[in-house]
Design a protein around this ligand. Structure first.
Ligand code: FE2
Length: 359
């Protein structure tokens, strides 16, 4: 009898503890009528610095506000400028979150101590390991591939199946690729350093420069337009730019994109280079609990679909289907690389580019 009583007491105490924990959890997502949050110093809002400029994102932020009562203050800017601003503002920054394109940039924000780690099962469950920082200081939200677009009439796709093929004699003066000052090519080269070693990567970069159709100018879309105009035959570009061109209001962009075929390079070897746009919690974040809720929200299935679709990107959450256009390009093998490597080898990539004269 006595034993049973003791057991009953233990169970009762455990239930009490559980109830107390549950109460706390409820409080976290509840906002008081004056707009303040019941935990910590959180106000009923978050401040988001973002390099994204899509109208459809606002609908998603509104939905987050409807669900949680937390207001999302959006500050838009250019990716590098937002990082510079965070650095300038330091500890006084009101920013809670940074959304920016390219793992190389997120890595840089991390090394500048602008971000802090977030331990969240939701984030680690929804985002595959390779798309997030090993120390949880940034998390991928959407994914893009760096593909080769070729002119369907002038190029036999069998001749251009890898990044290495860009350096073949057959493509002398035919390669269109943007300048080395842009992080997308720095990250591409960084991935090749990580996978093949520095000497190989340098030889590759030299071969690309040798085959350039012109001195690099413009963005990824300009390379595609130059191929359509006959300045060269193949262009290196991110998948979403092709998506944007095919859906552009400007007829010329649509016509140019329609002349191009898509190659996912290196399917028989190291895989296609992918990169992410992602999010990090700032070191100074005044509304940390709310900010983490927002991060988690963006990785859930419904948000992922909308967020990726807005920019013709692939969702990082593997449970979410890709949009029809991307589906039509087919599935592909990716480089087997944690994307933090793109940041780790960024300096080396820039040094190679400077040495070999990639303008
Ligand atoms: Fe871009």
């Amino acid at each position: 009898m006595k034993k049973q009583y003791v057991l009953f007491s233990i169970i009762a105490m455990m239930l009490l503890v559980l109830a107390a924990c549950g109460g706390n959890n409820n409080e976290e997502s509840q906002n008081n009528t004056d707009g303040s949050n019941t935990t910590g110093d959180d106000q009923g809002e978050i401040n988001l610095y973002t390099g994204r400029h899509y109208e459809t994102d606002q609908a998603l932020y509104d939905q987050f506000t409807d669900e949680t009562g937390i207001k999302v203050n959006v500050i838009k800017g250019k990716d590098d400028e937002l990082i510079a601003r965070l650095e300038r503002e330091g500890k006084a920054s009101k920013a809670d979150l940074l959304i920016t394109a390219d793992a190389g940039r997120l890595y840089r924000a991390k090394t500048q101590e602008l971000l802090q780690p977030v331990e969240s099962d939701t984030l680690t469950n929804n985002i595959p390991e390779k798309y997030r920082d090993p120390e949880n200081e940034w998390f991928g939200l959407t994914k893009r591939a760096r593909i080769i677009a070729y002119h369907k009439e002038r190029v036999n796709p069998d001749d251009i199946q890898s990044y290495e093929d860009l350096t073949k004699d057959a493509f002398q003066d035919k390669v269109l690729i943007r300048s080395s000052s842009n992080i997308y090519n720095q990250s591409l080269l960084a991935s090749l350093i990580a996978l093949n070693g520095e000497p190989d990567a340098k030889t590759w970069a030299e071969g690309v420069v040798d085959n350039m159709a012109r001195d690099p100018k413009g963005g990824d879309r300009d390379q595609a337009i130059a191929v359509a105009a006959g300045e060269g035959d193949v262009a290196v570009m991110n998948t979403y730019y092709l998506g944007k061109m095919l859906n552009a209001e400007d007829e010329e962009q649509v016509k140019a994109a329609e002349q191009l075929g898509v190659i996912f390079p290196n399917q028989d070897s190291t895989g296609t280079h992918v990169n992410i746009s992602g999010i990090g919690l700032t070191t100074s974040s005044p509304n940390k609990d709310n900010a983490i809720l927002f991060m988690e929200f963006l990785t859930k299935e419904q948000a992922q679909e909308q967020f990726a679709k807005a920019n013709y990107e692939y969702p990082v959450n593997p449970n979410v289907a890709v949009a029809d256009l991307l589906e039509s390009w087919g599935s592909f093998k990716e480089q087997d690389l944690n994307l933090s490597k793109l940041g780790e080898f960024n300096n080396e990539a820039i040094m190679i580019m400077n040495e070999i004269g990639w303008k």
